[in-house]
Design a protein around this ligand. Structure first.
Ligand code: GDP
Length: 175
C-alpha cells in the first residue's frame, strides 16, 4: 500500500504489563489466531490494519513492545509519533490494573501531549477469577477521560470494537 492508498496513517502503541495479553490482542487485530504461549523475539513489532471511517481510509500501524516492557526499556522511540495508546490490563490481576498509573506516567513523559488513549480490560473470559470489576475499570477510564472496553483475546470478544473505538476517536482529533 503506498501513500496514495490511504487518507491518514496513524501509529498506535500497546501498553501494559507483561502477561496481560498484548501479543494476543495484536494477533487478533491482524485477524490471526490466538496463540497461548507465543512469544516473538524481544524487540518492537508492528502490524498494519486499515479501516474506513466517513469514507476515509485510515491506515494504522499497531505497535507491540514484544516483551521489552519486562525490562522497562520501552521509551522514546516506541512512543515517538504515536497518536493512540491501548492501555491493557488483565481483569484477573489487580496489579496489572494498578500498573496503568505507571504506564500513564510514561505516556505523559514520552508521547505526544494530544495522544488518544483507551483502557482495555483483557481476559474477560476469566470472570470466575476476576479481581477488577467492570465498574472499577470504567471509573478509572472516566477519571482519565478515556473510553473503556473489556476484551478477550482468547475468544475474540470486543477486540475489533476496541480497535474501531480508538481509531474513530483518533480520526476525530486528526480530521
Ligand atoms: P503479553 O505479555 O502482554 O504480550 O501477553 P500474551 O499475549 O503473551 O499473553 C500472556 C498469557 O495470557 C498467555 O499465556 C496467553 O495465552 C494468555 N492470554 C492472553 N489473552 C488472554 C485472554 O483474553 N484470555 C485468557 N484466558 N488468556 C489470555
Amino acid at each position: 500500500m503506498d501513500s496514495s492508498d490511504y487518507d491518514f496513517l496513524f501509529k498506535v502503541v500497546l501498553c501494559g504489563d507483561s502477561g496481560v495479553g498484548k501479543t494476543n490482542l495484536h494477533l487478533r487485530f491482524q485477524g490471526k489466531e490466538f496463540k497461548p504461549d507465543f512469544k516473538s523475539t524481544v524487540g518492537v513489532d508492528f502490524a498494519t490494519k486499515t479501516l474506513k471511517v466517513d469514507g476515509k481510509t485510515l491506515k494504522t500501524q499497531i505497535w507491540d513492545s514484544s516483551g521489552q516492557e519486562r525490562f522497562r526499556s520501552v521509551s522514546h522511540a516506541y512512543y515517538r509519533g504515536a497518536v493512540g495508546a491501548l492501555l491493557v490490563y488483565d481483569i484477573s490481576k489487580k496489579n496489572s490494573f494498578e500498573s496503568l498509573k505507571t504506564w500513564l506516567k510514561d505516556i505523559k513523559n514520552y508521547a505526544e501531549p494530544n495522544i488518544t488513549c483507551i483502557i482495555i480490560g483483557n481476559k474477560c473470559d476469566l470472570s470466575d477469577i476476576r479481581e477488577v470489576s467492570t465498574e472499577e475499570g470504567k471509573e478509572f477510564a472516566v477519571e482519565c477521560g478515556f473510553s473503556f472496553v473489556e476484551t478477550s483475546a482468547l475468544d475474540n470478544t470486543n477486540v475489533d470494537k476496541a480497535f474501531e473505538q480508538i481509531l474513530t476517536q483518533i480520526y476525530r482529533v486528526a480530521a
